[in-house]
Design a protein around this ligand. Sequence first.
Ligand code: NAD
Length: 418
Amino acid sequence: MNDLLLGNPVFKMAAEQFDRTADFLKLSEDVRERCKWPKRMISVSLPIRLDDGTTKVFSGYRVQHHLSRGPVKGGLRYDEHVDLGEVAALAMWMNWKCALMGLPFGGGKGGVTCNPRKMSAREVEAVTRRFASEMTPFIGPEVDVMAPDMGTNEQTMAWITDVYAQHKGYLVPGVVTGKPVNLQGSLGRTAATGHGVAFCASLAMHKIGIQQGSVVVQGFGNVGSYAAQTLERFGSKVIAVSDISGAIYNPEGIGIRELIDYVKETGGVAGFPGSEAYDPEEMLSLECDVLVPAAMQQVITKQNAAQLKCRILAEGANGPTTPEADTIIEKRGDIFLVPDILCNAGGVTVSYFEWVQNLQRMQWSEQEVLSKLETMLKAAFDRVCSYGQKNDISNRVAALAIGIREVADVKAQRGLFP
Ligand code: NAD
């Protein structure tokens, strides 16, 4: 099974990053083996009656990478390319992210191979409810806590909460995070990942002496839209944005509030008044201070890494930069990298706050949530930068090394059974 995982390009990439960092940490072979491979992989078939009366069987996955530091935590992704290898890679990254942030979780991830944009709301609900039902024996506040990711949102989490409550006979709000606020979701959770990306990008700008920069954002969903909105609020100018509909460019700055309203109406950024259409691939190489990939993995590759003209690469998406591109960026030495497991950790950190509030039956104010989030992100950002400088390694390897070291130490302390 482990060899099968390595056949998947996204898992292979996560494994390569792990191996490179394990080399730096000089981890022994047996410790590597324990840290690298997933603890549990669950694969389910989801037969759904479509609106046209036919039945279609969708594939669903949940990977729990390790449970050594607590329940697993991680998003649920709906995308037509989702497979077990991709989900396992994302679960592995979640491990190091939770450990880097000091959260009491292991990494998990889930996915259903489907395209929600081509399905009716009823069909998406049916897939979600069936998936939640199949997963019920394996999830719960003490075991595995899901959250939204690409293609899912707070409504998805509300349906999962409902299915789990029906199985249990009572409401268990801590089974998922990223729920609607009136279903005991946390204030600030929906904006948290994008807010964290903008906050980390601002820390990086401050570090290299930029006051208010120009910004390019790939992806205008949950992460990209809130990152753009917050960076604009912090005084930066968003000059280009792309999503699945295309890319738009305006060197004078794009009004993000108006763009959000426009996307709600039309479904995509293409055609936004006052902007010009741009090639989505070439948009990544626009001259700017901050480039935020916030769509999907493996978009910065050996083909385009040398052409990037940003000063800061703030990774909102998970795994947007391939290891080959990392090598090119490191050699160039002119781009400040805020790696994904730090840059987008705002989401899981506020998910942790939501889980704590649910367990305590409390609700914190939005101000309390954001202030706690910024304190934790600033501490992690400073730790990554100083560890990287001290050891003369990239911010990526530094962030991964802190997370992997933490997991390896806990496994060593707990020992092996039997
Ligand atoms: P989303 O579904 O809300 O939005 C995805 C966006 O990407 C959409 O605007 C879509 O049109 C766009 N997109 C898709 N394909 C594209 C392409 N080829 N070119 C340009 N744009 C494209 O998803 P999201 O929740 O914003 O997640 C985006 C990324 O951030 C993913 O990598 C996800 O794993 C990561 N992430 C999300 C969270 C979270 O809390 N939602 C947390 C951490 C990391």
